[in-house]
Design a protein around this ligand. Structure first.
Ligand SMILES: N[C@@H](CCC(=O)N[C@@H](CS)C(=O)NCC(=O)O)C(=O)O
Length: 240
C-alpha cells in the first residue's frame, strides 16, 4: 500500500496519474496548503522540505520498514522501478526519460512556478519579474513543442514518467493565460494523454480535483494564507 500525501496541484497530479497508470494499491491523505496542513511537524518526518507531494511505501520491495519518498521526480522514478512500468530498465530510452523528467523538475516546473507566483500571488507592480518568468516559460514551451514535433512522446516512441511529469502543467498554463494555439504538437500530445483511461480516472476523481482557490489569477491571500505558503510559518516549519 502506497500512502500519497497530496495537494491538488500539478505536482500532486503527477503522482495521482502514476498510481492509476501502474495499478499499485494506494490511499490518499489530502492537504490544504492554503491552510498550512503541510507545516505540521509530523509531515516533516516524511518530507523534510514540507512540500507536496510525498509518498510512504508501506510495503517496500526490500521488505523493511515503511519508506518515505519526496520530490515528485524521485517519486515517479521510485514508482516506475517498483512497478517495472513507464521507465526502461536501461539504455537510451531510460536516459531520455530521465533527461526530460529532470528538465521538468529543474526547469519547466520552477520557472512555471515563479511565473505563477508573480502573476497570481505577488503584489501589483512586478513587471520585470512577470516578463522574466513568462518569457522563460514561453522559451521552455518552444523546447517542448520542438521535441514533440520530432517524437510522439518525450522519451521517444513510448509514453513514460517524463510525459507524466509534464502533462499536469496544462491547467496551470491556462490560469496564466498561456494557450496552445502556437504549439500544435503540444496540443496533440495533451489530447492523446488526456484520453488515456488512467489519466481520465485520476483527473475525474473528486479527491484529486483542484479547488477554485488553487486556480485563480491575481489572488488576494489572507495574512494567514500568505504566511502558510510564502511567509513566516512556511519558513518557521524548517527551523530547528
Ligand atoms: N520540487 C518539488 C516541488 C513541490 C512543491 O513546491 N509543492 C507545492 C505544491 S505544488 C507545495 O507544497 N507548496 C506549499 C508551500 O510552498 O507552502 C516537487 O517536484 O515535488
Amino acid at each position: 500500500m502506497i500512502e500519497l500525501h497530496y495537494a491538488a496541484t500539478p505536482n500532486g497530479q503527477k503522482i495521482a496519474i502514476m498510481l492509476e497508470e501502474t495499478g499499485l494499491a494506494y490511499r490518499v491523505t489530502p492537504y490544504d496548503i492554503f491552510e498550512g496542513d503541510h507545516l505540521d511537524p509530523a509531515f516533516g518526518t516524511i518530507n523534510p522540505n514540507h512540500k507536496l507531494p510525498a509518498i510512504v511505501d508501506h510495503a517496500p520491495v526490500d521488505g523493511g520498514a515503511p519508506f518515505a519518498v519526496f520530490e515528485s521526480g524521485a517519486i515517479l522514478q521510485y514508482l516506475a522501478e517498483k512497478s517495472g512500468l513507464l521507465l526502461d530498465a536501461e539504455g537510451r530510452g531510460r536516459s531520455l526519460a530521465l533527461q526530460w523528467l529532470t528538465w521538468q523538475v529543474a526547469g519547466l516546473g520552477p520557472m512555471g512556478g515563479q511565473a505563477s507566483h508573480f502573476l497570481r500571488y505577488a503584489p501589483d507592480g512586478q513587471d520585470y519579474a512577470v516578463a522574466r518568468y513568462t518569457r522563460e516559460l514561453e522559451r521552455l514551451l518552444r523546447v517542448l513543442e520542438n521535441r514533440l514535433s520530432e517524437a510522439p512522446y518525450l522519451a521517444g516512441d513510448a509514453y513514460s514518467i517524463a510525459d507524466i511529469a509534464v502533462w499536469p502543467g496544462r491547467a496551470a498554463s491556462h490560469v496564466m493565460g498561456i494557450g496552445f494555439e502556437g504549439y500544435p504538437a503540444i496540443a496533440d500530445w495533451f489530447d492523446r494523454i488526456a484520453a488515456r483511461p488512467a489519466v481520465r480516472r485520476a483527473m475525474n476523481d473528486p479527491v484529486f480535483k483542484a479547488p477554485d482557490k488553487y486556480m485563480g489569477r491575481n489572488q488576494r491571500l489572507s495574512d494567514d494564507e500568505w504566511s502558510n505558503m510564502f511567509g513566516d510559518r512556511m519558513h518557521g516549519a524548517v527551523q530547528r
